[in-house]
Design a protein around this ligand. Structure first.
Ligand code: GDP
Ligand code: IMO
Ligand code: MG
Length: 421
């Protein structure tokens, strides 16, 4: 399959980094198509741990690495990641879209200020400036990567944009003074340091696919954080669903061959918003502890709960998922009973569709199917060697979703993976 889209089916942190790296062995190129450094993707390979916020996880295998137009780029973070990779002796083959938008310092300040003003109604963002940067893109006040290498055009743009941003900072009570010369100097430095990578990546990607090369489209976040399909407004500001891979890279939708959905064997969520299967008991503690559920980007403790198949069915539908990688199965090891939510009850009525309305979702109570637990799956690399109860769990999940599970992950390392075609 030349063009494979990898997407998260829950609220992010499903293990997209690990599975992208695993799959990337067969790929020529890995491309990020949305989000920014709100993402935190972990890869453990050769005994080393890598955490990527902007770089596609395929860089470790020295594959072609593309940051598509749909991504919002904080150049400072990108330069840090490139430097860290260099120190690890890895040479990335970078291509950055000239159309990708740039996260400016004022985007971060605005993100923080908006969250503070929302008080206990806050979204719980990563405060990386993601929302304000995408808002500027849509409002047509954005700075793009190509502007960084065009000093004259950049100065004109800054003169147009800065007074509006200053007015906003003042109105929100943020004591920062923007200066066109300083911002210009910052942007041109970024431009100088990154110019060798900035190009029309639509040419590069479409040429690869023309030559039947394999390209992985690495999603960030997950379906339930999607700006359209997620639990709005407790979402991120981009389209992590598979459709975003086309608009976020300039590869036509008919060129995308298949969609691989990443599903954690239970559910986690960072930040605010309703979460029907959330656990606040011993089983929840088990998931946090065994799963080491602390955010890769912000270090926040992730909220944990049982696998929600109502939400997962919805995610499979809106992403058009062809196959699933089921991750972190080992985290359920040692439980007497494991549960999956198959339907909700809302206002006394059974409900099997994931609602658009947050107030409906927050009244949904999970209905569980209980299954026998198992002792250990940790590190197992062949399907036949899994305990029978764990195999039943995998098969039941696949049956409920009507989608084959082709990869099962039993530990954080690259090797701790079962290929189950
Ligand atoms: P991503 O954002 O979807 O790439 O996921 P993160 O990297 O933020 O979070 C997943 C975490 O689980 C990371 O710490 C991974 O190293 C770890 N992980 C991935 N797959 C497995 C697995 O199968 N078992 C265990 N125990 N940990 C895993
Ligand atoms: P990966 O790619 C989990 C969440 C934030 C917050 C909401 C909005 O590692 O799966 P934002 O900063 O994007 O405006 O925050 O989205 N969020 C994530 N949660 N994994 C992520 O990325 C996330 N990226 C954003 O916690 O609730
Ligand atoms: Mg993550």
């Amino acid at each position: 399959m030349p063009a494979v889209v990898v997407v998260g089916l829950q609220w992010g942190d499903e293990g997209k980094g690990k599975i992208t790296d695993f799959w990337a062995e067969k790929a020529d190129c890995v491309v990020r198509f949305q989000g920014g450094n709100n993402a935190g993707h972990t890869v453990i390979a050769g005994g080393k741990k890598y955490k990527f916020h902007l770089l596609p996880s395929g860089v470790i295998r020295e594959k072609e690495a593309v940051i598509g137009n749909g991504v919002v780029v904080d150049p400072e973070v990108l330069l840090e990641e490139l430097a860290a990779l260099g120190q690890a002796g890895i040479t990335p083959h970078m291509h950055i879209s000239d159309r990708a938008h740039v996260i400016m310092p004022y985007h971060r300040w605005l993100d923080g200020a908006e969250e503070n003003l929302l008080g206990n109604q806050k979204i719980g963002t990563t405060r990386r400036g993601i929302g304000p940067c995408y808002a500027d893109k849509i409002s047509r006040f954005g700075i793009r990567m190509d502007d960084l290498t065009d000093p004259e055009g950049l100065r004109e743009k800054l003169h147009r944009i800065v007074p509006i941003k200053q007015a906003l900072l003042d109105a929100l009570g943020i004591e920062k003074k923007l200066n066109v010369d300083d911002l210009h100097a910052l942007c041109t430095r970024w431009g100088t340091e990154l110019q060798e990578y900035i190009e029309d990546t639509t040419l590069f990607l479409n040429a690869l696919l023309e030559r039947k090369k394999t390209v992985l489209f690495e999603g960030a976040q997950g379906c339930l954080l999607d700006i359209d399909f997620g639990t709005y407004p407790y979402v991120t500001s981009s389209n992590p669903v598979a459709g975003g891979a086309a608009t976020g890279t300039g590869v036509g939708p008919r060129r995308l061959d298949s969609v691989l959905g990443i599903l954690k064997a239970y559910t986690t969520r960072v930040g605010e918003g309703p979460f029907p299967t959330e656990l606040r008991d011993e089983a929840g503690d088990h998931l946090v502890d065994r799963g080491q559920e602390y955010g890769t980007t912000t270090g926040r403790k992730r909220r944990c709960g049982w696998l929600d198949l109502v939400a997962a069915r919805y995610a499979c539908r809106v992403n058009g998922v062809d196959e699933i990688a089921l991750t972190k199965l080992d985290v359920l090891d040692g439980l007497d009973t494991v549960r999956v939510c198959t339907t909700y009850t809302c206002d006394g009525k059974k409900r099997d569709q994931f609602p658009a309305s947050l107030s409906v979702l927050s009244r949904c109570r999970p209905h569980y199917e209980d299954m026998e637990g198992w002792n250990s799956t940790a590190g197992i690399t062949s399907y036949e060697k899994l305990p029978a109860a764990a195999r039943r769990y995998v098969e039941r999940v696949s049956q409920h979703l009507g989608v084959p599970i082709s990869v099962i992950s039993t530990g954080p390392s690259r090797e701790e993976t079962i290929w189950h075609p």
